[in-house]
Write a protein that binds this ligand. Structure first.
Ligand SMILES: C[S@@+](CC[C@H](N)C(=O)[O-])C[C@H]1O[C@@H](n2cnc3c(N)ncnc32)[C@H](O)[C@@H]1O
Length: 289
């Protein structure tokens, strides 16, 4: 640990933020690499005469901040960590950085299944860092979850995140295309969730460089109209869900109505487009018959 005066630290912090970037990214860098949490930062304003203890020196932290600003590389990838709900997750450029709006999927499930000791059998398709599945496996300790991804590197990160977050073994990971690794679970699922790649091709080409140059294309691109994967997942879902089993999909801001039609076509009922905190119809949910 390195000791540094609050005065010197505050001067340095102001200098770094004057170069650009946002407070939230800087706070993540300080927390994950520097060992200075947001509550430490709050204390600084109360005791400006004290000292701070850093895990890394200021030059090292500055070099990461400069790389973030110069290359537009997400700070989460440079730190190798992100925070999502109450989880601390490892991330690399093999996985999408889980987004705050996706956190609501867990709340949607908690609204549908209020009894936390319920023995759910759930599947997540396209798990990436494992965020959604891990949160559900922790929220429903008596449940069993299976999570798939096409990318073995992503699954290795998801597995590490699960081991770091849970003492249980109620979540298993499988590699393969959407439903195909789950053949033996046909007709057995109470619930299936997916935040699949849903960005239409034209929109993908115009994504900000911090997304397009760093986050995996396989996690973002949803074909010409963005619905390629949602179509495949929805069509096969009836084979895997129990009768009255739920399907929960995240979609692009303007896809809710189209996803609703896909669910109707595939004989789902109780269909609802659920808004995120910005009022966008971000999730479409339905029940198989
Ligand atoms: C939008 S990301 C979601 C990641 C994570 N669930 C989350 O919400 O942060 C989509 C994920 O689907 C995976 N994926 C893409 N195509 C797939 C396919 N054909 N079969 C299974 N998984 C796929 C990607 O590797 C990526 O991890």
């Amino acid at each position: 640990m390195l000791s540094i005066s609050v005065e010197e630290f505050s001067f340095w912090k102001k200098k770094q933020l004057s170069k650009g970037g946002d407070q939230q990214s800087f706070a993540l860098l300080l927390d994950c690499i520097g060992g200075i949490s947001t509550s430490d930062l709050n204390l600084i304003s109360i005791y400006p005469e004290g000292n701070l203890h850093l895990k890394q020196n200021l030059e090292f932290l500055e070099s990461i901040w400069n790389e973030h600003l110069l290359k537009s590389c997400p700070i989460q990838y440079l730190c190798g960590i992100t925070f999502w709900r109450d989880l601390e997750l490892k991330v690399s450029n093999k996985v999408l950085i889980p987004r705050p709006e996706t956190e609501l999927i867990v709340d949607i499930v908690c609204n549908l299944f209020k009894n936390k000791s319920e023995k759910l059998f759930f599947a997540e398709l396209g798990t990436g860092s494992g965020a959604i599945s891990i949160a559900l496996a922790l929220a429903y300790p008596s449940s069993v979850g299976v999570a798939t991804d096409i990318d073995q590197d992503a699954l290795e990160i998801a597995t590490k995140n699960y081991i770091n977050s849970s003492k249980q073994s109620n979540l298993k990971f499988y590699c393969g295309n959407w439903w195909s690794p789950l053949e033996s679970f046909k007709g057995k699922l109470d619930l299936a969730i997916s935040n699949p790649p849903y960005i239409p091709k034209d929109t993908y080409e115009k994504l900000p460089k911090e997304v397009k140059n760093f986050e995996p294309k396989v996690a973002l691109l949803g074909g010409e109209d963005g619905l390629k994967h949602i179509r495949e997942i929805t069509q096969k879902a009836p084979l895997f869900l129990k009768e009255k089993g739920w399907l929960i999909l995240e979609n692009h801001f303007d896809q809710g109505e189209k996803v609703k039609q896909l669910l109707i076509k595939n004989k789902f009922t109780s269909i609802e487009i659920v808004k995120d905190l910005s009022g966008i119809g971000r999730f479409t949910i339905g029940r198989y018959k």
